[in-house]
Ligand binder design. Structure first.
Ligand code: BMA
Length: 370
């Protein structure tokens, strides 16, 4: 009898979990048809494999800037990434180009090209510190930026004007038929790290949650933007408690990720593998009960000095998990940053390693997700 009961309970739990996964919908009840389709597709692709992503892939790469059709991932692996990341920093101040010198007008074209090709777009936002007028990294604990931009704060109105610029960008992402292109908005990221004005040194967990909810409500309900999926992505955390300590709630998040980087100094690779295991477990466990889509929102190993980073360090870990994508950070074009790259380019010693990684059946490039 007991055994029967246990079976029944197990069956019930499995059914509930399966239900949570497949019936999950975007948090925006008025999400456009295309946004719903993207959400459904992301859930479905979890069964197929892990999408390869790269930040700024089409705009520039190591040693080049703005060459039509070029991509460092494509030059080495033969195809475009399935996911391409972009950065909105400075859109809020009405600038023509972002903090990494990508024109917003070009970015829109790249996003259109990606969409036309069946690829997926995610955007981060290193918005300026509205109190000091300096960068997102300017985060003295005494500025209380978040307190000041919440409703009632002295910078609230001015911050909404920042959000108006952000909204205008999203509103202008149109496909060939004039329909809004659905994209992932990964805002206020790495907030557990304490190095941005929205970080854990500058605001309380409650203030962070309020900031998040205020932003979603403003973009969705006031600006009537319905082409966004919202991604929550702390810097790698030590445990579940830290991950959810500033989580704004299931009604405000579609995608759950984390950022983690591999360094070689001080046992860095061991720390990285542990960090990846811990964080992958948190996001995939929660994803399987909540229907939230887990993703490795930023990762990589700058300059690729550790031997076989892709096939021997990264792949053995990530291949064990049902995770939507793995996004490698940017290959800077700027000659002042010659070592700032995360995927190999033609001629780099890690080329074969990356090619083998990208060739794994489980790793999906643009053509694999069409
Ligand atoms: C950082 C570095 C910076 C860049 C910023 C925003 O990690 O790549 O050079 O400006 O991201 O993209």
């Amino acid at each position: 009898m007991r055994k029967q009961l246990a079976y029944l309970l197990a069956f019930f739990i499995i059914t509930m979990v399966a239900e949570a996964k497949t019936s999950a919908k975007p948090i925006d009840k008025n999400a456009t048809k295309e946004t719903n389709a993207l959400h459904k597709r992301l859930l479905k692709l979890l069964d197929k494999g892990i999408m390869l992503g790269h930040q700024d892939d089409l705009a520039y790469g190591h040693g080049w800037y703005k060459e039509d059709g070029r991509s460092d991932v494509k030059s080495v692996a033969g195809d475009y990434p399935a996911v391409i990341g972009w950065e909105l920093g400075h859109v809020e101040i009405g600038a023509k180009y972002n903090l990494d010198s990508v024109y917003f007008s070009d970015m829109k074209h790249y996003i259109q090209q990606t969409y036309r090709r069946g690829g997926i777009t995610t955007l981060s936002w290193h918005g300026d510190n509205i109190v000091t007028g300096k960068t997102a990294w300017d985060c003295s604990p005494n500025d209380h930026v978040v307190t000041k931009i919440l409703p009632g704060g002295e910078k609230h109105g001015q911050f909404l004007a920042y959000l108006d610029h952000v909204a205008a960008f999203f509103q202008d992402l149109k496909d060939d038929k004039g329909r809004l292109i659905p994209v992932v908005f990964r805002m206020y990221h790495e907030h557990t790290g304490g190095w941005f004005w929205w970080g854990n040194i500058q605001c309380t967990p409650d203030e962070y949650k309020q900031l998040w909810r205020m932003t979603v409500e403003y973009l969705r309900d006031k600006k009537h933007l319905h082409n966004l999926l919202y991604a929550y992505s702390p810097a790698a955390v030590k445990d579940k408690e830290e991950f959810f300590g500033r989580y704004p709630g299931d009604d405000y998040v579609d995608i759950i990720g984390y950022d983690s980087y591999a360094f070689v100094k001080d046992n860095g690779i061991d720390k990285y593998t542990q960090e990846m295991e811990t964080n992958l477990k948190i996001i995939t466990d929660y994803g399987s009960v909540s229907g939230k889509i887990p993703a490795i929102s930023e990762t990589g190993h700058e300059t690729l000095v550790a031997p076989a980073y892709f096939t021997r360090i990264l792949y053995p870990i990530i291949s064990k998990y049902r995770v939507s994508w793995v996004l490698f950070w940017r290959n800077a074009w700027d000659p002042k940053l010659p070592d700032h790259y995360y995927v190999p380019f033609a001629g780099h010693p890690a080329e074969t390693d990356f090619k083998s990684f990208a060739g794994e059946k489980k790793i999906l490039l643009n053509n694999d997700i069409k």
